[in-house]
Write a protein that binds this ligand. Sequence first.
Ligand SMILES: *[C@@H]1O[C@H](CO)[C@@H](O)[C@H](O)[C@H]1NC(C)=O
Ligand SMILES: *[C@@H]1O[C@H](CO)[C@@H](O)[C@H](O)[C@H]1NC(C)=O
Ligand SMILES: *[C@@H]1O[C@H](CO)[C@@H](O)[C@H](O)[C@H]1NC(C)=O
Ligand SMILES: *[C@@H]1O[C@H](CO)[C@@H](O)[C@H](O)[C@H]1NC(C)=O
Length: 252
Amino acid sequence: MKAIACYLGQMLVFAWASSLCLAGSTPSISTIFQLGTAGSWLDDLRGPSLKWRVAARVPDAVLFNGLTKWNNTSVLVADSAKGVIWKVDIETGASSIALSDPTMTIPTNASIQVGVNGVKVSDGFVYYTSTARQIFCRVPVDSSAAPTGPVEVVASGFPQDDFVIFPDGTAYVATNALNTIVKVTADGTVSLVAGSLGSLPLASDTDCQFGRTARDSNVLYVTTAGGTSDPVNGTLVVPAAVMAVELAGCES
Ligand SMILES: *[C@@H]1O[C@H](CO)[C@@H](O)[C@H](O)[C@H]1NC(C)=O
Ligand SMILES: *[C@@H]1O[C@H](CO)[C@@H](O)[C@H](O)[C@H]1NC(C)=O
Ligand SMILES: *[C@@H]1O[C@H](CO)[C@@H](O)[C@H](O)[C@H]1NC(C)=O
Ligand SMILES: *[C@@H]1O[C@H](CO)[C@@H](O)[C@H](O)[C@H]1NC(C)=O
């Protein structure tokens, strides 16, 4: 897969009437977790029917957020309150903290109480956004997801929620309060892909993912919260939605 950019337009795919408890998922494992009041857990939604089981309970976790596949039996999950990344075995339920770093924590004077948020694995690195610190980072890891080198801040200085990453290190990041998707290249260059501060389609966008078929591999699906926490232009709130943002391969 190659990074592409050139915004053509967007359309509404789905809109929700009520709030979501889904905060992270990964297509290949189809493990989805909910934010529980009695601790954090991972729900496993694999299989043809929507029959789910609790895949793991992690009593010491505080606020599970972004999630990604680590290998066929484990996932990495960002804990936005504790400021760590957990490794959770979805077969055995075993869990441990794989990565912790000051860049993942919430600074004492932060206005947003969300630390490490999105997490992805690409080419020997774990990439993550850290929302309160407005940084996009990466750290090299070994085969057990332990760090093998220092954390590198790839890009900083703008609101960041979850993201999608390509093997070459190019990321598309949902900027939530800015109502945009930006592209971050491996050298840290940040450019606008879609949306704008005063527009509704990507209001409070929280995450994005490219289509997985030949027909929609140029489509970036974007989840939004509709401006619930940051109304557009101060007052405008719309239903949460999945938007399809069509991009063209007009940039190599
Ligand atoms: C992971 O699972 C896939 C699909 O079942 C399989 O093809 C692959 O060999 C597995 N990989 C490892 C490392 O076990
Ligand atoms: C928080 O404190 C740090 C260190 O003192 C400072 O650099 C930063 O500007 C502060 N941020 C806010 C939002 O006040
Ligand atoms: C996945 O990774 C964990 C820890 O890094 C390891 O214990 C486990 O055996 C791995 N599973 C597979 C299927 O490779
Ligand atoms: C938000 O305000 C700007 C500036 O006044 C305006 O151009 C834009 O149309 C407004 N957005 C919406 C959704 O009304």
